[in-house]
Design a protein around this ligand. Sequence first.
Ligand SMILES: NC(=O)c1ccc[n+]([C@@H]2O[C@H](COP(=O)([O-])OP(=O)(O)OC[C@H]3O[C@@H](n4cnc5c(N)ncnc54)[C@H](OP(=O)(O)O)[C@@H]3O)[C@@H](O)[C@H]2O)c1
Length: 320
Amino acid sequence: MNNNSNIGFGTAAIGRPLYINLKQNKEAEKPFSLAEFKANGMQTLEDAYNNGIRCFDTSPGYGLAEELMVTWLAHKKDPSISVSTKWGYTYVANFDPKATVHEIKEHSLQKLNEQWAYSKKLMPYLKVYQIHSATLDTGVLENEAVLNRLHQLKKENGLIIGLTTTGANQVEVLQKALDITVAGEQLFQSFQCTFNILDQSVLQCKEALQALQGSLIIKEALANGRLLPNTRYSKYEGLYGFLKVLAAQYSVGVDAIALRYCMDSFVGATILSGATNKGHLLANLEAHTFSLTIPELEKLNAFGKSSEAYWKERKALAWN
Ligand SMILES: NC(=O)c1ccc[n+]([C@@H]2O[C@H](COP(=O)([O-])OP(=O)(O)OC[C@H]3O[C@@H](n4cnc5c(N)ncnc54)[C@H](OP(=O)(O)O)[C@@H]3O)[C@@H](O)[C@H]2O)c1
């Protein structure tokens, strides 16, 4: 089996029917079936495992994803599996494809305790417990009751405490979080950040991110699908052209080039695949078959845009 330890599996899109992506290959509309959706999710977890993936990322905010993971893990007896989950978002769309509100954010001690009560079922595979989308405006990084409770959960359960960042000020949030200590220990030892060819902002914290006790987890490596050549973003034609040249050179898809860019930029990080089917998953895993050269990485770096412009475009994406 290939060593696919650098690629982790993100469960957002297998846990709720609508997610932020482009759905370029939309199937003919058919009525949503929760039973079929669950079966597909379980199969995709199994496909990920059978193809060497051992890191899985989930959240209560991802619909039934945590429940799928708990059910799936009950049949596994493999201590090499590790899971990260989060707290702070509640899924409220009830699997309704017409829902307009999908999730509610709440960074309170009460929400932490409520969601932990279910997430602890992921033990003993649960290794990383993250604040879901920590931002400065929720005040979570100054909430002593929350920080102390996270420290207590770390001590009692042998967890690594982490947080995820989203938005134009990821670097600011990271810098603030890196300075937080509880009982003389640095509290946050794992970060899940958006990093891809278009938003390279977290490279500014590279040294600190590579010195963590836990791993850096990279999400949205494909910019929610925007890095896959498509006609909606003609402004990226130059980038698409170069990605296609590299894909042909390494006999892989453009998705594998974009994932490899993350692996080669942050050696040792876990890069999440957000695949919803085996075809995409296997194509993503091709990222393990080659490495990019320094001149190729430098040329890709030149396609980065400002965080403000990146997140403005990201916010305009619809739930699909
Ligand atoms: N903490 C947070 O706030 C947060 C936020 C976002 C994500 N995440 C985590 O990161 C994981 C991955 O994130 P993501 O899904 O947003 O990121 P992504 O990797 O940037 O985008 C995934 C999308 O790319 C498309 N894709 C992937 N492989 C493809 C292929 N071979 N051919 C064509 N299209 C392909 C699919 O889009 P289509 O389905 O449209 O075809 C897929 O939904 C999530 O599951 C979650 O665990 C966390």
